[in-house]
Write a protein that binds this ligand. Structure first.
Ligand code: C5P
Length: 327
């Protein structure tokens, strides 16, 4: 049986608005999500036993049942016991480049790659929608990570409407190694502080309709020069006052003359947009010397239109996954 290598893309949030409470306890969101070509590699290898094994080269990623990639494989084992009996277990090797607990959906991207790869390994023939539905049970970002690109995400982040490609922007990302922000904490704190202004449940549908004509979704594809001004993240309102290092990074990027800068998701990564790689590298160098902290890591990446990509022996074979057709 074949082995598969897959690339899983990180995402940034160009827009994150918290609209209200949902009956399931999550928040109703409006987000514009963008894949970037900062990727992890996931190798899937069949093993002769009926177990799932996870290996990871990053010390902060648990190679056990707490790993979202493990949970993705376990979900397929439970859903398709006959496939496990027929094809056997799998070893999942995760080679991390996406920073961990960073607001870049690294764990969700790994889980997405496992769903896509095991679908191939076990010849399940699942559609993209079916894979995304399984992914939604693992985490709100997993369905997006399967498809990738530029997408409006509503609901709890799992209802996706693909948007027009925004073209080739470059991104500088920066994260303090010693700072992490719990997603659950960020949303819970937001609810405590701003819950009284949430949209009433009966108005949610109408509010959702209006998103499509809102500035980020309706105007941006027509005028890409506006992108910096349209960046928005409600979770900054709770994170920036508590994490001064994140605020300091935001300010340093702003002073470095970028198109726009924002915390991604629940943080603590801050990203800045640039028109070209040369400009992005210049911004990175300027912020690096302005802050000069040994705990600060930087990455430079491009917007990408791919969530999961299948690679073999290091050679790209084909993008994954197309539309909603069975293979
Ligand atoms: O879905 P995921 O596991 O990534 O969510 C992590 C936490 O973030 C949830 O337990 C919840 O507290 C919060 N969250 C939320 N509303 C969302 C997504 C996440 O309140 N739409």
């Amino acid at each position: 049986m074949r082995s598969y290598s897959l690339q899983a893309s990180a995402k940034i949030n160009l827009y994150l608005e918290i609209i209200g409470d949902r009956p399931d306890g999550y928040h109703e969101l409006a987000m514009v999500l963008q894949s970037i070509d900062l990727v992890d590699r996931i190798d899937l290898r069949p093993i002769g036993t009926d177990t799932i094994r996870v290996r990871c080269d990053h010390p902060q990623v648990p190679p056990d049942k707490n790993n979202l990639a493990y949970r993705a494989a376990d979900l397929l084992v439970k859903q398709f016991p006959d496939a496990l009996a027929k094809y056997g277990g799998v070893e999942i090797s995760i080679h991390k480049q996406i920073p961990v607990a960073a607001g870049l959906a690294g764990g969700s991207a790994n889980a997405a790659a496992v769903l896509v790869g095991m679908d191939l390994l076990w010849q399940l023939g699942l559609t993209q929608s079916e894979l995304q539905e399984l992914g939604g049970a693992l985490g709100s970002d997993v369905p997006f990570c399967i498809a990738g690109g530029t997408t409006l995400a509503t609901g709890r982040g799992d209802e996706l409407s693909p948007l027009a490609d925004l073209g080739s922007f470059c991104v500088v990302l920066a994260k303090y190694r010693n700072v992490s922000i719990s997603t659950a904490w960020a949303y819970q704190t937001y609810r405590q502080q701003f819950g009284s202004s949430y949209c009433a449940p009966e108005d949610l549908d109408c509010r959702r309709e209006r998103l499509h004509s809102g500035p980020m979704v309706g105007q941006l594809p027509k005028d890409r020069s506006k992108i910096g001004k349209l960046l928005h993240n409600d979770l900054e309102k709770v994170a920036l006052p508590v994490y001064p290092q994140v605020l300091q990074l935001r300010e340093a990027f702003e002073s470095a003359g970028v198109l726009g800068t924002m915390m991604s998701g629940s943080g603590p990564t801050v990203f800045a947009l640039a028109e070209s790689r040369a400009q992005a590298e210049e911004v990175r160098d300027r912020v690096k010397s302005a802050i000069a902290s040994p705990d600060l890591d930087f990455w430079v990446a491009n917007f990408s239109n791919t969530g999961i990509r299948i690679v073999s022996d290091g050679n790209e074979m084909k993008p994954q996954i197309n539309a909603d057709q069975r293979r």
